[in-house]
Ligand binder design. Structure first.
Ligand code: FES
Ligand code: FE2
Length: 424
């Protein structure tokens, strides 16, 4: 359990809160580049701040205040110009650095632009990486967007999936360091949901958690594995400060505010060798549904939807004064302790964990990954068709989130030369 005050410290992310200050020191993915193929603006609430992300006609992204500093109109209804975003109310124009670069009527009557020069709109740096748009809301000097190795992998089909979850970000992120839930929430619950009674996945026998440069790794031995298995020798990674990496995908938990979180998944599926070379022109994105429209209940059919059920079930903000941690929760205790320690580090003017400032290091951030060889070198088609191969199940179908649109499914099938399984 965690006392009330610490719980609130760790959860709340507004500007000038301790955790808000800490999380603002990291770049956060906030959307997909392909979202702007057919729109110019996207309203975004990020760590309690209402903003608008836009792409101007020159192709430059900007992230600025949602409200115009003239008379507060909603800039997500603004329109992009060659440079900047123009307010749709009286035409004031802002660029990505927050400067007001045109004030049509004022410019006509005051050629010295006295008012214009006093205007600055809230603005934050934006970068593109891995098909994602990233934002940084923290103090200067601005660190580097982490250049994780999978962003440079070739011959893969990537898709970005986003879902807004109505609960606090921390309970989502704690799930990134919780190996035992795989057995119960994914394996065994999926069996029950598909009508299989009395079928139990191999149970967990031993766990280990290890802090490394970019996060905390968790390792496990199950009834069907031993300490030579990659689940123990490599493990999976809770990435700092708010992501999970499992071997073929990232999941970020981006705080919208204290009570809502944007789940952003980035999925990489290597094509089989006979489909090489494969070059993806544009990385598709989609918004995954949360609620089953027929029943009004949460969707439970897919892996991350099952996780979402756990997170929202813990309450809008989990009351950690009422929990009882066991030995399976050592990773969760480590996550909390690291954040609390890092709050002290930033008070003392130091960087928290996993801030990237070294260009050389950031050429490619590598860490050991289960299935690495297959991601780099590919695999023969026979492996893809081997129904007994559990790792290939997630390649033959999109098991992670419900609602994959047909155009993404079709593009995926074309890339891998398969027909996806009918199970979902
Ligand atoms: S409110 Fe935006 S230009 Fe007037
Ligand atoms: Fe999970």
């Amino acid at each position: 359990m965690l006392e009330k005050e610490r719980n609130e410290t760790l959860m709340n992310v507004g500007a000038n809160t301790p955790m808000g200050n800490l999380l603002r020191r990291y770049w956060m993915p906030i959307g997909a580049i392909s979202e702007f193929d057919n729109k110019e603006t996207k309203p975004i609430r990020l760590m309690g701040e209402d903003l608008v992300l836009y792409k101007d006609k020159s192709g430059t992204f900007g992230l600025i205040d949602r409200h115009c500093p003239h008379r507060r109109a909603d800039l997500s209804y603004g329109y992009a110009e060659e440079c900047g975003l123009r307010c749709n109310y009286h035409g004031w124009l802002f660029n990505q650095d927050g400067n007001c670069i045109a004030q049509p009527f004022e410019d006509t009557v005051d050629t010295e632009h006295k008012l214009r020069e006093t205007i600055k709109i809230i603005n934050y740096p934006v970068e593109e990486k891995g098909g994602l748009v990233w934002a940084y809301l923290g103090p200067k000097p601005v660190p580097l967007v982490p250049n994780y190795e999978p962003f440079s992998w070739q011959n893969g089909f990537v898709q970005i999936v986003m879902t807004e979850i109505p609960c606090n970000w921390l309970q989502c992120q704690e799930n990134s360091c919780d190996p035992v839930h795989f057995e119960w929430m994914h394996s065994n619950w999926s069996s029950r949901l598909s009508g299989e009674a009395n079928v139990y996945a191999p149970t967990h026998l031993e766990l280990d958690f290890e802090e490394f440069e970019w996060g905390i790794s968790y390792k496990r031995v199950r009834e069907d594995t031993d300490k030579n298995h990659p689940l123990w020798t490599i493990g999976r990674h809770c990435l700092w400060p708010n992501a999970l990496y499992t071997g073929d995908h990232f999941e970020w938990r981006i705080p919208i505010d204290d009570e809502n979180t944007m789940s952003i998944g980035w999925f990489f599926n290597r094509v089989p060798n006979d489909c090489e070379p494969y070059v993806q022109d544009s990385i598709p994105h989609w918004y995954g549904p949360l609620v089953d429209e027929e029943t009004g209940r949460w969707i439970t059919s897919h892996v991350m939807n099952q996780d979402f059920v756990a997170w929202v079930g813990q309450g809008i903000q989990a009351d950690r004064t009422k929990e009882n941690l066991g030995r399976s929760d050592r990773g969760i205790a480590m996550v909390r302790k690291r954040f609390l320690d890092d709050l002290k580090r930033i008070e003392n003017g130091k960087d928290p964990k996993a801030i990237v400032r070294d260009e050389k290091l950031n050429k490619c951030i590598k860490f050991p990954l289960i299935g690495y060889e297959r991601m780099i070198n590919g695999y023969p088609r026979e492996l893809l068709e081997d129904k007994e191969n559990i790792f290939m199940r997630a390649t033959r179908n999109f098991v992670f989130q419900a609602g994959q649109p047909d155009h993404v499914k079709t593009a995926y099938e074309e890339a891998l030369g398969i027909k996806m399984d009918e199970r979902f």
